[in-house]
Design a protein around this ligand. Structure first.
Ligand SMILES: C[S@@+](CC[C@H](N)C(=O)[O-])C[C@H]1O[C@@H](n2cnc3c(N)ncnc32)[C@H](O)[C@@H]1O
Length: 266
């Protein structure tokens, strides 16, 4: 298997948080890199896989207040590679999904630094697996839409979606924030019917996962679990509301570790 090469930056997806959901390539690179720069959502158990002498540094940005600017992160990546180190840039989920990877790749390209992208399991896929529900369905969901309610700093808040949403889509909202009332309103304005099922899942595919489900017309009253939270909306989520699936209404999960555990569905 490939070891991390000196002078190369690897943009690596860490997946949703369970170390067993890392790719083999991500694991091998983590185990052999000289330097690891990671984001806030990457848990300790994954960072612990880095080799003992690696320099492991957080470059996370919390709640929009930058601890280190994006330009600063780009500079760190370039300097470390130019100093002859092998560099893993570790991002939660998949590095190319809502992770500002475009800016880092552009900076590396402009600097002439070699790089590679290693995909990871994005939160939407982890959520489907955690809920044991498909995200597409040949009868009700032939489209899968990933979107976000979060916008670049300094930009005016834009709507989640412009125009009508396809009725045969599962919509996954990354970074939905705590204001589910606004999101519910915007989805309704985009034509999503009031009886469509919505699920806010917190810490999907980790030991802390929990979820709460509601119809769109009840979503505003929902209080979701702690961040990170993902909102999944669509007919594919209907079993979460079905009275004949009591184990789902009770929020019964099979955790990443494989043991059933009860969570508070609220
Ligand atoms: C900056 S985005 C990064 C997304 C990441 N690149 C991915 O592919 O999953 C962070 C958002 O992803 C979602 N997220 C990431 N990990 C999650 C998890 N384990 N459970 C639920 N949502 C998660 C949340 O919406 C969170 O606010």
């Amino acid at each position: 298997m490939t070891s991390a090469e000196k002078g190369v930056v690897y943009l690596v997806g860490a997946g949703p948080g369970d170390p067993e959901l890392l790719t083999l390539r991500a694991l091998r690179l983590l185990e052999t890199a000289d330097v690891v720069f990671y984001d806030d959502l990457v848990p300790e158990q994954i960072l612990a896989l880095a080799q003992r002498h690696a320099l492991v540094t957080s470059v996370g940005k919390r709640c929009g207040r930058p601890r280190i600017s994006q330009a600063g992160i780009n500079a760190l990546l370039i300097e470390s590679a130019r100093a002859g180190q092998s560099v893993v840039r570790l991002k939660s989920g998949d590095p190319l999904v809502f992770g500002r990877a475009g800016e880092e790749l552009a900076a590396l390209r402009a600097a002439g630094v070699r790089f590679e992208v290693v995909p990871g399991i994005t939160a939407a896929l982890a959520a489907g697996a955690a809920l044991q529900l498909p995200l597409t369905d040949r009868n009700s969901a032939s489209k899968l839409i990933f979107c976000t309610g979060h916008h670049a700093d300094g930009k005016q808040a834009a709507p989640l979606w412009r125009g009508p949403l396809p009725t045969d889509a599962t919509v996954v909202v990354y970074m939905p924030g705590r204001d589910l009332e606004r999101i519910a309103r915007e989805l309704a304005e985009a034509g999503v019917a009031g009886d469509v099922a919505c699920c806010a899942i917190s810490h999907a595919a980790t030991e802390r996962q929990s979820w709460v489900a509601a119809r769109l017309d009840g979503l505003a009253k929902v209080e979701c679990g702690p961040a990170p939270v993902l909102l999944v909306v669509g007919r594919t989520m209907a079993p979460l509301l079905a009275a004949d699936r009591p184990e789902m209404l009770a929020g019964l999960f099979v955790s990443a570790a494989g043991t059933a555990e009860e969570v508070d569905p609220r």
